[in-house]
Design a protein around this ligand. Structure first.
Ligand SMILES: NC(=O)c1ccc[n+]([C@@H]2O[C@H](COP(=O)([O-])OP(=O)(O)OC[C@H]3O[C@@H](n4cnc5c(N)ncnc54)[C@H](O)[C@@H]3O)[C@@H](O)[C@H]2O)c1
Length: 248
């Protein structure tokens, strides 16, 4: 299988897109680390599902905004599996409101989780990958909103645009060590995050998408698989939109 014996950490993977990525990579033979901030119970439920595809999976509860928790998580992974080959920075949140009403706390929280969390995990894992000299793959989950902006999402758009700059800088710094770093910018995907959309907004959105549907989590997961497989060995520093043609 394509990812046989590779060890992959997917942040925020107890549900949604992260969980689909974990399942996809497990189906291709990877050993999986489910990370989330949710209670152990939720993480364990997902773990049970993943274990139907691979018996080499563990769950680690950690808050990616806290560098010490991220460092302990990576230590635990190395102790358990002896290595880490793949990092998927997926955990992300929204706290929407118009700019002039946006609370300072909502700005800080979104930037902290989406951008600083990606920095914390990337820095910790890249340090390990560089020391081991065996290369690696890092995929950051951005959003088309980071490319085009959105009313009510100044904090989210800034965090996701920041992830694109971070991705390109990391790609340049880590290329000599054979570590590929790319980003995926999903469009509107059916998850808990988009469930809140009113039906009218959903219909209007669909009309603006050339492929005339919202994406499903598997659409994103399959693109992630491509970016962590050998099929993409000569691709780094890129942003791939998975959005039904919404942004082009
Ligand atoms: N759903 C979409 O339409 C869409 C579109 C573009 C981009 N994205 C991005 O895809 C990623 C996944 O989104 P989703 O729709 O599956 O969301 P989701 O809310 O279903 O899942 C996100 C997960 O991240 C976890 N998380 C939040 N804060 C965390 C922290 N501090 N530490 C560890 N884990 C944390 C949550 O508990 C949750 O399980 C996010 O980065 C999101 O911005 C989603």
């Amino acid at each position: 299988m394509g990812l046989s014996e590779k060890v992959a950490l997917i942040t925020g993977s107890a549900r949604g897109i992260g969980k689909a990525i974990a399942l996809e990579l497990a189906n291709h033979g990877a050993n999986i680390v489910i990370n989330d901030i949710l209670v152990e119970n939720e993480i364990n439920k997902t773990l049970e599902e993943i274990k139907q595809s691979t018996n080499k999976a563990i769950g680690i509860r950690a808050d990616i905004t806290k560098l010490d928790e991220v460092e302990s998580m990576v230590k635990e992974i190395i102790n358990k599996f002896g290595k880490i080959d793949v990092l998927i920075n997926n955990a992300g949140i929204t706290r929407d409101s118009l700019l002039i009403r946006m609370k300072e706390g909502d700005w800080d929280t979104v930037i902290n989780v989406n951008l600083k969390g990606t920095f914390n995990c990337s820095k910790t894992v890249a340090k390990y990958m560089m020391r081991e000299k065996k290369g690696g793959k890092i995929v950051n989950i951005s959003s088309v909103i980071g490319l085009i902006g959105n009313i009510g999402q100044a904090n989210y758009a800034a965090s996701k645009a920041g992830i694109i700059g971070l991705t390109k800088s990391m790609a340049k710094e880590l290329a000599l060590r054979n570590i590929n770093v790319n980003a995926i910018a999903p469009g509107f995907i059916e998850t808990d995050m988009t469930k809140k959309l009113p039906e009218k907004v959903r219909q209007e959105l669909q009309q603006q998408i050339p492929l005339k549907r919202l994406g499903i989590v598997e659409d994103v997961a399959k693109a992630v698989y491509f970016l962590v497989s050998d099929a993409s060995n000569y691709i780094t520093g890129q942003v791939i939109n998975v959005d039904g043609g919404m942004v082009m």
